[in-house]
Design a protein around this ligand. Structure first.
Ligand SMILES: [Zn+2]
Length: 789
């Protein structure tokens, strides 16, 4: 079938002016000819009077007439040539445009096409809780293998929909042309549409019902590609399993059950033809909705089967006369008093509702459907990320694929924590700390928590009531500047792991020379004061007071590439290695001082990614990529598609993890993060603020889990008031974290040396050293004693 919006008229309008004239000239000729015919008629009436003169005039007329005919034919011929050229050119352009993206449709995309589910686990009972059932749950399908489809059933569908199916290569040119002609002239019957079974299958897999010429042409190429990839039987199998049969029923097996209460191998010829009649217009030609229309088309199907010699004359007539007993008939009910099928079909099956366990009953402003919670959105985005990479899809395609893909996903969410944090995020007061900040325009915030195996426990993507499903989830989608939160997972982390620094290595608080300038300034309340003290400072103090100068010096000392690799390869940070940016006309990279020393990274990081990088500092050095999905399963056969339940990888020395954890505890004990202290838990963490005050964040570890918070405006701009990120973190999760009655502890490490250090050298103090500082923690591989005293 050709679309109503086919651009035939536009093609005409786009003809050049002389070509238009030609068409008009043609019309003029037509008019002249009509006029001549009238003259001719008038002439004959007066014929008897002047016969000779008439002969001459007749000859002249004939000559003139033939000239007109000739020029008309010539004009028409030229128009055909010109139009043909234009169409061919247009087609070539389309071909160029579409050839590249037509090898992307897989039957496997469709094989699991039924409802998808997301489950959470009740941590008390261990039971699965259904959180989300995809919109298309009203699709019911029982896939069958082509070997199990009787030949009669295959024949019925092939001869109903695509009689040259076994001969063509995806496209039936005869029918495509007929459909094309039909679009303009409407002289063909429309019993068979322009689409082959292959094309219809493509349409179903891609969900692309757009009938614009562009889409049609793409579909044609995709069909040809599909025919190259799959044998005919595989394509027919996909078609028979996927097509709609009215209401919720998908696939021929489900249709057989729905309409006849039988399996496909029990269908008679008449019944098979009845089912084959449906796909042309499933909602209108199904025997429940319109028995007459179905019967009429069933007779057409039988005729096609007969004409093609797959049923005999006797079979044909018997089938025509067979009385069909449908499941909705009294007769059927009398014969089958107790339905054996578990499927409960009604004509109106659009009663599906999302089933999420979330307490809020918000409805989506746009769709009117119940709003999905943040964790369901985040889970769907995570699944989409996986499918995008696996099948080379766009995000939307991947989400669609999940929704109709027959997947079952199991989540890692801790519903107690989730509910607690969601509650906190409904109240704007929790984002102001100790009366410091009153905003005219409330900034936004996001939060994520994960256990030390990478299981995301809670995720909230914004302050206030959630009003949209699958909206922007800041926790997993907003890439923002980590600021000083970068330091432990870049410069300090690398240097400690590689024994370049210790707990008490002495630096001088002074800038480095970078691009000919002294850089970076330390934090100051006014951006004028660079706050360089030029005095000695120990590593643990530099970190807890968040001096910028020391990470800059560490970058200079250790090498940018090395630190970049540590952040990205060891701790999984999503940094930019190298990318040419057209707008800025230069190559962007995070292998530079600002990103690695003070967290001014090119694209920003999600709070999920940032918190994830801290995980090894709380579990003895093990990294596991953060995930909401513990397992993604193919519902059809129970096979596990994605499994995140395995162990993480030991990425850094457990001693490094131990010492860094102690360093991060200093931040909370007496540094920039004191507001995050908890009475029952030992918090380790780091504050982060960008120099322009666009982003603030905090990552906090307790013995039980690691979590982080971000605050800022969606369109980055300066926060107008001081925000204590550690305090906001505590407002949001502190009460919950503190209440956990677990015996969890940070991993102990017997090799780490706990000792006083010499205040003048920063090394482990001996009895000869005149002054010693507080207790520090040293890796056994880097615990040097002071030799200066
Ligand atoms: Zn000493």
């Amino acid at each position: 079938m050709y679309p109503n919006n086919f651009k035939g008229k536009e093609l005409f309008l786009s003809l050049k002016s002389d070509e238009k004239n030609m068409i008009m000239a043609d019309n003029t000729n037509q008019e002249n000819r009509n006029n001549l015919n009238e003259t001719d008629f008038a002439f004959e009436e007066s014929a008897p009077k002047k016969k000779k003169k008439k002969k001459n005039r007749l000859a002249r007329f004939c000559k003139k007439f033939l000239t007109f005919i000739g020029s008309t034919i010539l004009s028409l011929f030229l128009i055909v040539i010109i139009t043909g050229t234009i169409v061919a050119t247009a087609l070539t352009v389309y071909v160029m445009e579409f050839m590249e993206n037509t090898d992307d449709v897989r039957i496997t995309d469709m094989e699991m096409s039924y409802a998808s589910y997301i489950y959470g686990v009740d941590k008390d009972t261990g039971e699965n809780i259904l959180l989300y059932e995809v919109q298309s749950t009203d699709i019911q399908c029982i896939p069958v293998k082509i070997e199990d489809v009787p030949q009669t059933v295959r024949n019925a569908f092939v001869y109903a929909e695509d009689e040259r199916f076994y001969a063509h290569e995806g496209i039936d040119y005869k029918r495509t042309f007929a459909a094309f002609a039909n679009y303009f002239l409407d002289f063909y019957g429309t019993a068979q549409g322009g689409s082959t079974i292959t094309q219809q299958l493509i349409k179903n897999i891609t969900g692309d019902n757009d009938t614009s010429p562009e889409r049609k042409i793409r579909e044609i190429f995709r069909a040809m590609e599909m025919e190259k990839r799959y044998p005919k039987d595989k394509i027919l199998e996909g078609y028979l399993n996927y097509i709609g049969f009215g209401g919720s029923a998908r696939g021929v097996q489900m249709a057989a059950i729905k309409y006849f209460g039988k399996s496909i191998d029990e269908l008679s010829i008449a019944e098979a033809a009845c089912l084959a009649a449906i796909p042309q217009n499933p909602e209108k030609i199904n025997p429940f909705a319109n028995p007459e229309a179905n019967k009429k088309r069933q007779e057409y199907v039988l005729k096609k089967m007969y004409e093609n010699g797959v049923i005999s004359t006797d079979e044909y007539h018997a089938a025509l006369n067979e009385k069909l007993i449908f499941t909705n008939s009294e007769e059927y009910k009398a014969l089958n008093p107790e339905p054996t099928t578990i499927y409960n079909f009604t004509q109106d099956e659009n009663t599906d509702e999302n089933t999420d366990s979330s307490t809020d009953e918000n409805t989506d402003e746009e769709t009117g459907e119940k709003v999905t919670p943040y964790y369901v959105d985040a889970a769907i985005y995570e699944i989409a990320d996986y499918l995008m990479a696996e099948y080379d899809l766009t995000q939307q395609e991947a989400i669609d694929k999940f929704k109709k893909g027959g997947y079952t996903a199991y989540l890692t969410i801790d519903f107690d924590m989730q509910e607690y944090v969601e509650e906190k995020y409904l109240n704007y007061n929790n984002f102001q700390y100790a009366g410091y900040n009153k905003f005219d325009e409330q900034p936004q915030s996001s939060f994520i928590a994960m256990d030390y195996s990478g299981n995301v426990l809670a995720v909230v993507g914004g302050i206030g009531e959630k009003t949209t499903s699958l909206g922007f989830n800041r926790a997993v989608q907003a890439k923002r500047q980590p600021g000083s939160c970068m330091k432990p997972v870049a410069s300090y982390g690398y240097a400690l792991e590689n024994n370049k620094i210790t707990w008490s290595t002495i630096f001088v608080d002074k800038p480095i020379t970078y691009n000919g300038e002294q850089w970076p300034s330390n934090y100051s309340s006014d951006s004028v004061n660079k706050n360089w003290s030029y005095s000695s400072i120990y590593v643990f103090n530099a970190l807890k007071l968040s001096k910028n100068t020391i990470p800059a010096q560490i970058c200079e000392m250790c090498g940018l590439r090395e630190i970049f690799d540590y952040s990205t390869q060891t701790l999984g940070l999503d940094l930019v290695e190298e990318r040419y940016d057209e707008n800025q006309g230069k190559i962007l990279t995070d292998i530079d001082y600002s990103p690695l020393a003070v967290g001014g990274v090119t694209d920003g990081l999600t709070i999920e990614n940032l918190v994830n990088a801290y995980m090894p500092y709380g579990n003895g050095g093990v990294y596991k990529k953060a995930h909401l999905i513990s397992q993604l399963v193919n519902s059809a056969d129970g096979s596990i598609i994605l499994d995140n339940t395995g162990d993480g990888e030991q990425v850094i020395d457990p001693e490094t993890a131990y010492v860094m954890n102690k360093l991060l505890q200093q931040v909370i004990l007496s540094g920039t993060g004191t507001a995050a202290q908890l009475s029952n838990k030992t918090v380790a963490g780091k504050t982060g603020t960008t120099s322009n005050w666009n982003d603030i964040c905090f990552v906090g570890l307790t013995e039980d889990f690691v979590s982080g918070i971000w605050m800022g405006y969606d369109t980055p701009s300066t926060l107008p008031a001081y925000v204590n990120s550690a305090g906001v973190w505590k407002n949001v999760i502190g009460g919950y974290a503190n209440s956990l009655d677990t015996d969890a502890s940070y991993p102990d490490n017997e090799n780490v040396v706990e000792a006083y250090f010499c205040t003048s050298t920063g090394k482990l103090a001996t009895s000869r050293c005149p002054h010693s500082g507080s207790v520090g923690y040293y890796k056994s591989s880097n615990a040097e004693y002071c030799t200066s005293h």
